[in-house]
Ligand binder design. Structure first.
Ligand code: AMP
Length: 281
């Protein structure tokens, strides 16, 4: 696996090694099996896969979150090598932000109105800035994004369509631990009792989804019930539970099983913020 540390090395790798179809998986490192499933999906669809590892400061709205972000670079490189990944791009801030550490501005046409957009101002601008910079430098044929960050996936699709980037966006299903907890780099920061409590997030949401009768309840009542059940778990404090249209990401006022709809949740578990989402219909 090629370790690429500069724009010059990247350009050289592309001109010498680039094969027909190049898949790209952007990550912030601290890789777990969820990330690796994206790499495997890319490998199944491409001739070559490049992964980036870069903790992007502009998408963190809390400095303590950025400072606490785990770094397991050696293990990450070992895991990618073992998978047979072709290249890993390890840029620094200067390469990605040559004009200074600031985000571009975007019009996400309302996709950022709720959920992570409401709770984390500047997060999606930061993310879209770095992802489009990666597209400019790497020029992949497609890029893989996890449904774990469903709003991010929707926003990237919108940016790609609006700015006419010649990159196909490929979604990847959420990878979960055996007890249902969505895999996340943040899970390693949970204390052992918090880790047990965190498994209840999926248990609560999936049981509520299974029991949902859309003719007998409103989204608001459903959200309230889920939030109360989540808040009853000792380490958990709910930030939001929202039922949103899967295309527009606008909160739904009534259920329509004919329209793809998802339930999204963000909670604080001890000191760690966790998100998850599931399809309703
Ligand atoms: P991150 O390193 O957290 O920025 O994540 C990099 C990519 O991996 C994003 O596209 C995430 O949506 C995806 N990802 C993270 N966790 C999971 C998971 N549990 N299942 C599927 N994809 C994931």
């Amino acid at each position: 696996m090629e370790h690429i540390h500069s724009i010059e090395e990247l350009a050289r790798w592309k001109s010498k090694e680039r094969k027909k179809k190049l898949g790209f998986v952007p990550t912030m490192g601290a890789l777990h099996d969820g990330h690796l499933s994206l790499v495997r999906l890319s490998q199944s669809k491409s001739d070559q896969t490049i992964v980036s590892i870069y903790v992007n400061p502009t998408q963190f709205n809390r400095t303590e979150d950025l400072a606490a972000y785990p770094n397991t670079l050696e293990a990450d490189l070992g895991a990618l090598e073992a998978l047979g990944c072709d290249a890993v791009f390890l840029p620094n801030a200067q390469m990605l932000y040559p004009d200074g550490m600031k985000s571009r501005s975007f019009n996400f046409e309302g996709l950022d109105r709720y959920m992570e957009g409401a709770g984390r101002p500047g997060h999606f601008e930061g993310m879209a800035t770095v992802v489009t910079r990666f597209f400019e430098l790497i020029e992949p044929d497609f890029a893989i994004f996890g449904e774990k960050d469903f709003q991010q996936l929707s926003i990237i699709r919108q940016v790609i369509a609006k700015e006419e980037w010649p990159v196909e966006i490929v979604p990847a299903a959420i990878s979960r631990e055996a007890d249902g907890l969505a895999m996340s780099s943040r899970n390693m920061r949970l204390l052992s009792h918090e880790r047990e409590d965190a498994a209840q997030i999926f248990a609560v949401l999936s049981s509520a989804v299974t029991k949902l009768n859309p003719r007998e309840t409103t989204p608001k009542a459903f959200e309230k019930r889920c939030a109360a059940a989540l808040n009853a778990i000792p380490s958990i404090q709910v930030e939001y539970v929202s039922c949103c249209d899967a295309a527009s990401l606008q909160q739904v006022k009534e259920f329509n099983p004919a329209r793809p709809t998802r339930v999204f949740a963000a909670v604080q578990c001890g000191k760690v913020r966790l998100i998850d989402n599931l399809p309703l219909f």
